[in-house]
Design a protein around this ligand. Structure first.
Ligand code: UD1
Ligand code: CA
Length: 485
């Protein structure tokens, strides 16, 4: 639990985000496996606020549905028209008071489009706000390029914060200021509510600016402060897809750095991409060109890549996965996957099992030490332990209407180029001949042969293709055979 537990966090997410040029609302764009607003909600949760309200407006049904999915406890407040950040906060607070919540203490305001903001920085802001006894504390940052941001105006003599001036309303002198408003604030709840009632719209955008609250409170004699963010990159707001890509890179770097410091070898961080939900054990290793997504987990000494994409996949201790696409798969300890394998949902490989080159699997469980080494499709199957599936085999699981299951026992040897037509069962220790189409169950320990008998028609080439290169080669071979006799 946070030492400075706020009464509420209000997340502003009503804007359209026109600069994204997208049919998806801005705050639902994703990086590292989580939406922009999802990152902000997750960071806010680290403060354990009594209430968490997200102000929605543009595409609000879509945004609200997403919020309900990621965090059942989030409340939403509707801002029907986007009349500015001050108006948006007012809508958030009204939603709470309308449902009988009397706020007492600190209200934190965060923008829904700043996904790199950490819970740690929010804690620092809340702590500074409480320690300094401020009416409002703005999270500011020194940035190399302040274009577009609100500037923090300080008193020349004392250095005290006096106002925030929006870029569009700033004078040339003010535009030279490089300390900017991150859009994140800590407020005294009561003073915020009172001051929001006094915010006017006589500015270049005709909006109620939240930033005006700061000047209003200061003029009324209240303490106003700023807490400077340790790393300005944390507060970048996403307005277009260039910024989205930059933020993705920064967050990815942060996640990889954490992984490396915990003992994971990342051979090439520049071409390795991970989601926030991915977990690693020390001494796992990631080769270049690898994407690890969703709930993917690498156990100790697991080795993944190069050029692989694993989604919601668990890789066991010491397993090796190369040039592979896997989704919803479980790869046992010491197992080997790829190069060039495709594991679809429900693929479960036991310890030391193998899914080799050009092997596709789906909804299939293969036991310890069982190998599917080459060019095969294994769909809807259960295979026991230490069985070998011959090269170029297909588990024929679909009759055009229904899917059927194939069961193969332990210590079996199926021949190369088998079609296993489901539903079918092969007993323990059974063999099948190469080129077989297996349509009937095979009892344990039997050899099943299911293919046409070979017939050789002697002299066919000489009769049907006289004078051809094949005929000449055959004739030469015949003479040589005679000479040897
Ligand atoms: C705002 C700040 C600026 C700060 C910058 C940081 C104001 C007036 N300006 O500018 O000082 O430097 O953020 O990124 O506060 N929103 C609503 N309803 C509205 C308007 C906005 O919910 O009516 C939401 C948006 O969805 C967004 C956030 O508030 O998540 C910020 O709005 P945006 O228009 O991006 O503000 P900026 O112009 O970037
Ligand atoms: Ca704006």
């Amino acid at each position: 639990m946070s030492a400075n537990r706020p009464a509420a966090v209000v997340v502003l997410a009503a804007g359209e985000g026109t600069r994204m040029k997208s049919t998806t609302p801005k705050v639902l764009h994703a990086l590292c496996g989580r939406s922009l607003v999802g990152h902000v909600v997750a960071a806010s949760r680290e403060l354990s606020p009594e209430h968490l309200v997200v102000v929605v407006g543009h595409a609000r049904e879509q945004v609200s549905a997403h919020l309900a999915e990621i965090d059942a406890e989030v409340r939403t407040a509707v801002q029907h028209e986007q009349n500015g950040t001050g108006h948006a906060v007012r809508m958030g607070l009204e939603e709470l008071s309308n449902s009988g919540v009397a706020l007492d203490g600190t209200v934190i305001v965060v923008c829904g489009d700043t996904p790199l903001l950490t819970g740690e920085t929010l804690q620092r802001l809340a702590a500074a706000h409480a320690d300094d006894g401020n009416a409002v504390t703005v999270l500011s940052a020194e940035v190399p390029d302040a274009t577009g941001y609100g500037r923090i105006v300080r008193d020349d003599a004392t250095g005290a914060v006096t106002a925030i001036v929006e870029h569009k309303d700033a004078t040339a002198t003010q535009r030279a200021i490089r300390e900017i408003n991150s859009g994140v604030f800590a407020f005294d709840a009561q003073l915020l509510t009172d001051a929001l009632g006094k915010v006017r719209t006589d500015n270049s955008q005709g909006e109620e600016y939240l930033t005006d609250v700061l000047g209003i409170l200061r003029e009324a004699g209240h303490r106003v402060g700023a807490c400077v963010a340790a790393d300005h990159r944390e507060i970048v707001g996403i307005n277009n897809r260039v910024q989205l890509a930059e933020a993705n890179r920064l967050l990815n770097d942060r996640l990889l750095e954490r992984a490396m410091l915990s003992g994971v070898t990342v051979v090439d961080p520049a071409t390795t991409w991970v989601d926030v939900t991915v977990t690693f054990e020390p001494d796992s290793l990631v080769h270049p060109g690898t994407q690890l997504l969703g709930a993917t987990h690498l156990a100790t000494r697991a080795e993944v890549g190069p050029n692989s994409r694993l989604t919601d996949t668990a890789v066991g201790q010491g397993a090796v996965v190369a040039f592979t696409v896997a989704e919803g798969a479980e790869i046992g300890p010491g197992a080997s996957v790829g190069p060039y394998a495709y594991l679809r949902p429900g693929s479960r490989l036991g310890a030391k099992a193998k899914a080799g080159t050009y092997v596709e699997m789906k909804n299939a469980t293969i036991g310890e030490g069982t190998k599917v080494p080459h060019l095969s499709y294994v769909g809807d199957a259960t295979i026991g332990e230490h069985t070998n599936i011959g090269a170029a085999s297909v588990f024929v699981n679909y009759d055009g209407v229904n899917k059927h299951h194939t069961t193969i026992g332990s210590h079996c040897r199926t021949g190369a180029d088998n079609m296993l037509v489901a539903p079918v069962t092969i007993g323990d220790g059974a063999y099948t001949a190469a080129g077989s189409v297996i349509t009937k169950d095979v009892p344990p320990g039997s050899l099943a042969v299911a293919r046409g008998q070979q017939r050789n028609i002697e002299g066919w080439v000489a009769r049907k293709r006289p004078g051809s290169a094949a005929a000449r080669a055959a004739e030469a071979a015949r003479r040589e055979g005679e000479g040897q006799q």
